[in-house]
Structure formats: structure tokens, C-alpha cells
Design a protein. Structure first.
Length: 480
């Protein structure tokens, strides 16, 4: 066995693998012997078929399998032991044909083309990135406070016409095609409709302004946006049956309830921020603004990362083995043609360059996401739905089977892994790079984010086949 590497330039190399009979003869002979023991051929007793016939019938396929096994193992080991920064996977050489005859114990030579990652020197401490911190104006603080007052308000029955966010209680009766109540049809005297979640605009407009005692014809499936579970709850029937009831019902309004906003006083301050000593409206406004601006930090991080991605790709502009990658894409994605790859290659190359830069940062700053961190993220999500740390131990224990189940879902866990990687990457850039912090209003930030998204969609609008290949090509280093 002999393996050599030849530099071909443009970040490509040729690997030559030489396999001699000494590398495979012993294992091939062993397998032929096993084949002889079990072979059942007319005219011969079991296990007594002559070795020459076994070699004639099975020798070539066994030799082929064994040589392919050796080739795969040795090639992989060579790349790993020599720490070759391979992009994609080795491909049979276009310029050199394999040598050797599988019909006999022969010397074999195989040639493979490989593409290599470029050397990248990021030097993060010498790079500067903008960071846009959102500052709320008085009007936006007022809006946040109004939302808090509604959140901590109380539901009250009102004798007024229906408004946008009201909750309606009433009786639901099944109607026939002529609009008459169906005898022994479905009747739910405790039906509830939340105006906020009515999905059908025509129904919502029909309900607005109605009063107690008024009747409205509605289709529960349309109201629920074709969500069978929601429609079933509205009608108090099994989910399976709700899908069959895409028809009209008469809804009689018996009660209208509306949230009465909480008063702005010390009692509310204590409910919202139990661990702070807030006694005045001025202190409350300041705290609300701080918390809201802090909540926007994730959006600011995303904006910084989007702009940092573009800036690093543009400034570093790492070289790629373009021709190798184009060929690799075509040969590994069945729906991709050479023409399609050529047309979209500029976008693909830009994404590939960022993947390489990102992988370099991951290794340089030891960024990793462990399974336990993903579990904790899932666990915290469900904890927040049931009161956070104030939840009972029993409730916390009930979450664990859900966490375990979600960890088995590859799509969901990948999203969480990516999210945690992005958050850690943002922290590294904020810690080690030079950050030029700028204060902007919320409206200014939204406009900038829209422009950034449009730019991203235009530059990254590649086909899903290329996106999948890109992850496989560059994402290998993140997994390592």
C-alpha cells in the first residue's frame, strides 16, 4: 500500500493510491474459503466444490469488495492523519484512469481529485463592526406600558357593542343548507369566540358592533383558519368530527367580556417587577424602557451578525477551488446541472466563503454547543409557559419526557443548535472585535433590517439543492 499527494494548484491536489496483492490476498482467500464451505452446487456435496470453481464464480466480486473496502478506509485515514482541509469529498480523477484487473490478483492504482480549504487569517481584534442599539421614544414606552396594563388587567362583562379584542360567549347551533337549525344537530351553549383569533375577516367584520342577543351566521372552520382542533373546541366535539363540519352555524351572543386595563400604581409596579423597589411612574417608565431595550438586543445582535458576515466575506474574500466545487456539486446533487451551477455559483461561493470564515472562528475561539445546552434551551422554553422557576417540582418533572422527545427530532434540534451557535458567535464578536455602537430609534432599526433582509435574499437566493450541498461541504468542520 502506498499513498502519495501531488499539488495541482488552485487549491486542488491529486491523491494516488497504490494497492498490491499483499494488501488484499489474505482476506480474499479467507472469504473464498468461507464461500466454499457454504456453496451448494449441483453435482457436488456441500463444502466440496473445488476451490478453482469458487475462485472462478466468486473471486472477482470478493476481490472488488475487499479492494473497495481497503481503498475507502486508507483514503479516509490518510486525509485525517495528514489533516488535509478537504472541501466536499474526494472524487475519481478526471485525468487519470484506474489501473488493474479485478479478475486476478493484480496491482491496482486509483487516482482522486480533492479540493482544499484556503488559509484564512481573520485577526478579529483589528476588525470593526457597527452595533445598532435601539432606544425607545416616549410614544413607544407608552405603548409598552399600555400592553402591560392590558396584560395585568381583568376580564369584565360589558353591555357595549363588540370591539376588536373582546371575548364573546354564546350558543352555537348547526344549520342546514337553507339556514334553519338542524333537528338534533350540534348545539354548544358554552361556545367561546376570541375576536383576536378570528381568522376570517368577513366573520370578524360581521361580529364587530354586534350586541348581546344578536345572532350571526358563521363557519367555525373558517373562523379557526381551518384548524380542526380549534373548530372542535368551539363546537365541543371530537377533532375528527370537526373536519366534517365545514358548514354554517348560528352563533347567538350571550355575553361580551373585555379586558379592563390595570391602574398605573404601586400595586401594578410590584406585580410586574416584584424584585425591584419601584414607587413612582417615572421609575416604572425607566424600568420598562430598560427591559424593552434589553429585549431588542437579540435583534441588534442579528443585525450586527448579518453586516459582519457581509463585511468579513468582502474583506477576506477567501479563494476557493472553483472548478472542483462546481464538479462536486453536479456529481453529488442529482437535480443540479452544470448550467444551473454556473448561473448560481457566485451566490453559492459567497455562502461557502462565509461558512469557511465561520468555521475558522468556531475553532479559533473554541465555540461549541453541547447536547445539554440544547436540552436546557428546550427545558426553559416549556418552563416559561408554566411560570418559570416558580413552577412546582412536579410540573418541572413532567417537562423532562417532552425534552427527551424533542431531542429525538433532528429538524428541531438542528434549529436550536444553529440558534445557540449564532448567539455564541455574536458574543465572541462583541467581546474580541472593535464595536462601533450607534443609537437608533426603533423605526430606523426596522427600516435598516428590511434593507438588510432584501440584500440577503438577493445575494443568497440559491436553490435548495445547493444549500444542502453547501452545508455538507463546509459544515463538516463545525461538526468536528
Amino acid at each position: 500500500m502506498n499513498i502519495t499527494l501531488e499539488d495541482k494548484g488552485n487549491l486542488t491536489s491529486l491523491i494516488k493510491v497504490e494497492i498490491t496483492p499483499e494488501d488484499y490476498q489474505e482476506e480474499v482467500a479467507k472469504q473464498l474459503k468461507e464461500q466454499q464451505k457454504t456453496a451448494q452446487v449441483k453435482g457436488f456435496r456441500k463444502g466440496k466444490v473445488p476451490q478453482g470453481l469458487i475462485e472462478k464464480w466468486y473471486g472477482q466480486s470478493i476481490r472488488l469488495d475487499q479492494i473497495n473496502k481497503i481503498l475507502s478506509e486508507k483514503l479516509t485515514n490518510y486525509i485525517q492523519e495528514n489533516e488535509l482541509p478537504v472541501l466536499g469529498q474526494p472524487m475519481p480523477s478526471q485525468d487519470h484512469s484506474p489501473e488493474g484487473d479485478f479478475a486476478k490478483d493484480d496491482n491496482f492504482v486509483f487516482y482522486f481529485d480533492i479540493g482544499l480549504s484556503p488559509e484564512i487569517n481573520i485577526n478579529l481584534p483589528e476588525r470593526t463592526f457597527d452595533y445598532y442599539r435601539i432606544k425607545l421614544d416616549e410614544k413607544q414606552i407608552d405603548e409598552h406600558i399600555e400592553n402591560i396594563k392590558k396584560q395585568y388587567g381583568e376580564q369584565q362583562s360589558v353591555e357595549e357593542p363588540v370591539e376588536d379584542n373582546d371575548v364573546l360567549k354564546g350558543t352555537m347551533k348547526e344549520l342546514d343548507e337553507e339556514g334553519n337549525p338542524v333537528e338534533e344537530g350540534i348545539v354548544n351553549e358554552e361556545a367561546t369566540l376570541s375576536m383576536e383569533y378570528v381568522q376570517d375577516e368577513n366573520t370578524k367584520n360581521e361580529l364587530l358592533g354586534k350586541e348581546i342577543g344578536d345572532q350571526v351566521t358563521i363557519n367555525p372552520m373558517k373562523v379557526a383558519g381551518n384548524n380542526e382542533s380549534e373548530a372542535a373546541s368551539m363546537l365541543n366535539v371530537d377533532k375528527e368530527r370537526a373536519g366534517e363540519l365545514d358548514k354554517n352555524f348560528q352563533f347567538t351572543i350571550n355575553e361580551i367580556t373585555r379586558v379592563a386595563p390595570a391602574e398605573l400604581n404601586e400595586e401594578l409596579f410590584k406585580k410586574v417587577y416584584p424584585n425591584d423597589e419601584i414607587t413612582t411612574e417615572e421609575e416604572f417608565r425607566k424600568k420598562v424602557a430598560e427591559e424593552a431595550e434589553k429585549a431588542y438586543e437579540k435583534e441588534s445582535d442579528r443585525m450586527m451578525m448579518a453586516q459582519a458576515t457581509d463585511k468579513l466575506v468582502e474583506e477576506l474574500d477567501p479563494e476557493l477551488p472553483d472548478e472542483f466545487l462546481k464538479r462536486w456539486l453536479v456529481e453529488n446533487e442529482k437535480d443540479l446541472t452544470r448550467e444551473k451551477v454556473e448561473n448560481d455559483y457566485e451566490r453559492y461561493a459567497k455562502s461557502m466563503k462565509w461558512q469557511l470564515i465561520e468555521n475558522k472562528l468556531l475553532k479559533e475561539y473554541n465555540i461549541e454547543v453541547k447536547d445539554e445546552e440544547v436540552k436546557e434551551q428546550i427545558r426553559n422554553y416549556f418552563l416559561n409557559q408554566i411560570g418559570g422557576e416558580n413552577a412546582s417540582e412536579e410540573m418541572k418533572q413532567q417537562i423532562e419526557p417532552i425534552v427527551a422527545s424533542m431531542m429525538q427530532n433532528d429538524d428541531q434540534t438542528k434549529q436550536i443548535y444553529d440558534q445557540l451557535y449564532d448567539e455564541k458567535m455574536a458574543r465572541v464578536i462583541k467581546e474580541y472585535a472593535q464595536i462601533n455602537e450607534k443609537e437608533v430609534t426603533y423605526d430606523q432599526f426596522v427600516k435598516m433590517a428590511q434593507e438588510q433582509n432584501q440584500k440577503h435574499e438577493q445575494s443568497q437566493g440559491q436553490d435548495s439543492e445547493q444549500e444542502g450541498a453547501q452545508e455538507e461541504t463546509a459544515g463538516q468542520q463545525k461538526e468536528e
